[in-house]
Design a protein around this ligand. Structure first.
Ligand code: BTN
Length: 336
């Protein structure tokens, strides 16, 4: 049997054991012994899993095996796939919410212990940068917000999203065996079409971040041709790009692990050793002709990269170096 953290709740342990053994059976007495509970208690926990859409085959003298999983996202499956971790991660899965970022912020404001995550199957007021609408149908895509209380200086916020974006790219590259590009500051792209976006929002005290919500919208499994007309040429999903459906539960389990690890490395400062290399690996703008639009101006030039604070750096057509903390970048056609 696989080693599973004893801190995990019984349902997670049972499910993880059954998944690890698939397609073989797992004996009820082995599960009971592992968890230090009776076989009747095992049966009761399996009833709870049945209520969540799992089905099992039970055969006398052989035990149980998993015969079907629920469709779509399942908190139990996500936790079971995270079985190597110490205990379940506080994850709330909601069928519908206004915005997972707003819900996470409300829960932080109500005093909920961080870290935790809120994931919705559908958002009615999904938001992007500049208050833009984030299309959030129930279509196999991911709408996730992670809540933290980091005790960092407010000026580190800018870098946080960039670091998280690079980590999400790494995860996608290893999980889907295809590399997305990063467009400063928060877009994940495949061939110029948007596959995901990040929205980090924080509440500040005088000189410290009080709490922070990292929101990720990722087009995972939405079908080609399923977008509204205004997004049809601009959006793409991982499944559409790779031509394979993505196991959203496994992906979400891996995402939680990656986000938590990236967060720790950000807070302890060790991220700085690898950040530039990671960013450069995925940056789609570097050395390309771009224009940056801010509230005050539009500046054209060649993208140089980003500086230590996460500002976007360009060399203008007049040879000046300019940095931007905020703004909208567009790729320009190279002059002929
Ligand atoms: C952007 O590209 O402008 C950022 C998009 C961020 C969307 C995600 S979906 C989950 C979370 N909840 C929201 O309302 N927004 C973020």
């Amino acid at each position: 049997m696989k080693k599973i953290s004893p801190a995990s709740p019984p349902e997670t342990v049972i499910l993880a054991e059954l998944i690890a053994a698939e397609p073989a059976f797992v004996s009820g007495s082995a599960l009971a012994k592992k968890l230090g509970i009776s076989r009747v208690a095992i049966w009761q926990y399996m009833e709870k899993l049945r209520e969540q859409g799992f089905t099992f085959e039970a055969v006398r003298a052989r035990g149980y095996r998993l015969t079907a999983r629920p469709d779509g996202l399942s908190a139990a499956l996500v936790q079971a796939y995270r079985r190597d971790r110490a205990g379940d991660f506080p994850l709330q899965l909601i069928p519908e919410i206004d915005s997972t970022n707003d819900e996470a912020a409300r829960q932080l404001a109500a005093g909920k212990a961080a870290p935790f995550a809120v994931i919705a199957q559908r958002q009615t007021k999904g938001r992007g940068r500049f208050g833009r609408v984030w299309h959030s149908e129930s279509n196999g895509n991911l709408y996730a917000s992670f809540a933290f209380r980091p005790q960092l200086k407010p000026d580190r916020m800018q870098m946080f999203t960039l670091w998280m974006g690079a980590n999400v790219c790494e995860l996608i590259a290893s999980f889907c065996r295809t590399s997305p590009g990063l467009k400063w500051p928060n877009d994940l792209l495949f061939d110029g079409r948007k596959a995901g976006g990040m929205l980090t929002e924080a509440r500040m005290d005088a000189d410290q971040i009080r709490d922070l919500v990292f929101g990720l919208g990722l087009n995972v499994n939405s079908p080609a041709g399923g977008w509204p007309a205004d997004l049809a040429d601009r959006a793409v999903s991982l499944a559409e790009h790779t031509k394979h459906p993505i196991d959203l539960n496994k992906f979400t389990a891996a995402l939680i692990g990656r986000v938590l690890q990236a967060y720790d490395r950000f807070v302890d400062g060790s991220y700085a050793k690898t950040f530039a290399d990671l960013w450069n690996r995925y940056d789609v703008l570097r050395n390309r002709p771009v224009a940056v639009l801010t509230a005050a101006q539009r500046v054209a030039g060649t993208a140089v990269g980003i500086d230590d604070e996460g500002c976007f750096v360009i060399r203008t057509d007049k040879g000046r170096t300019e940095r931007f903390r905020a703004g909208e970048v567009t790729l320009e056609k190279p002059a002929r």
